[in-house]
Design a protein around this ligand. Structure first.
Ligand SMILES: C[S@@+](CC[C@H](N)C(=O)[O-])C[C@H]1O[C@@H](n2cnc3c(N)ncnc32)[C@H](O)[C@@H]1O
Length: 269
């Protein structure tokens, strides 16, 4: 499984990246080829790993055995590629994948054993219920659906993660809450369903960023890859540098006061 031979036809692969692992993840076909969908997925994940490099370097510099939790892991593409390219070669640290679908965790566990990726753990549970002992240094959540991204934020806070990387996806909670608020002074902003979805999706991520800032994180919001590759394209990177930030908390409270609805994430603000 741990073959490091790379196919000359696949220019997307990084040096040392395991072709056999990518075949087992069905990113590469048995012949070692890439189809359009998997090319997009691979490109996205590799680009994300590149963007996460400074955070990864920082956790490896700070800790002998850093722990990264990938939440809403799905088939654990990101976790496996991070192990193959970063945790494996470093020879230390652990990756915990958390995913609510047990069958995905079972097959990922089997693949990790087959690949001798000994420092990977798989937890089949909703993020909010997952029991993980001890500190987690970095949390990632790639396309964790709707409020699962908020559960990832809560998980990161509970485990005092210094670094967080979120690529939110299909945020629907606030859009639902805003429908039926037609008498509000700002309702023109979300009157039409298509605009409501876009506005609520944007607002949800604004609130998430400010919430993280209120908890002492420095937040950077950037593009993952061009929109031609994915509509789920916003990357929120956060690094904690203080316990809390009163100014950000105040700004979040002011914003929330203007709205007729608020996501459960900020129920305590
Ligand atoms: C769109 S997939 C993304 C999977 C993976 N992160 C990736 O990018 O390939 C979202 C995954 O999150 C899982 N999920 C959704 N809500 C969850 C929750 N509350 N707790 C744990 N997993 C969740 C789903 O079962 C699904 O596998």
């Amino acid at each position: 499984m741990a073959s490091k031979k790379s196919s000359p036809a696949i220019t997307e692969l990084w040096p040392g990246q395991s072709v056999e692992l990518l075949k087992a993840l069905h990113i590469l076909t048995r012949d070692g080829a890439l189809n359009a969908d998997s090319r997009r997925k691979l490109k996205q994940v590799l680009h994300l790993v590149q963007l996460l490099r400074p955070s990864l370097d920082s956790i490896f510099a700070a800790k002998e055995a850093p722990v990264l939790a990938d939440l809403g892991a799905g088939k654990s593409y990101l976790a496996f590629i991070l192990y193959d390219l970063v945790f494996g070669p470093n020879g230390r640290g652990e990756i915990i994948a958390i995913e609510s679908r047990p069958e995905l965790m079972a097959s990922a566990r089997a693949l990790a054993a087959q690949s001798h990726f000994d420092r990977m753990r798989f937890v089949a549970a909703p993020i909010a219920d997952a029991r993980v002992e001890g500190a987690v240094d970095m949390v990632t959540a790639l396309h964790a659906c709707d409020t699962a991204t908020d559960d990832a934020i809560k998980f990161a806070l509970k485990h005092e993660a210094k670094h967080i990387a979120l690529v939110p996806c299909c945020q629907a909670e606030l859009s639902q809450l805003l429908s039926g608020t037609g008498s509000h002074e700002l309702h023109q902003l979300w009157r039409h369903p298509i605009q409501r979805r876009g506005f609520a999706s944007h607002l949800t991520n604004v609130i998430r960023g400010l919430y993280l800032e209120a908890h002492g994180y420095k937040v950077r919001v950037t593009e993952l890859v061009g929109f031609e590759h994915s509509m789920k394209n916003e990357l929120i990177i956060a690094e904690r540098h203080q316990l809390s930030n009163a100014q950000a908390r105040g700004e979040l409270a002011t914003l929330l006061k203007r709205l007729p609805a608020r996501p459960a994430l900020v129920a305590d603000i």
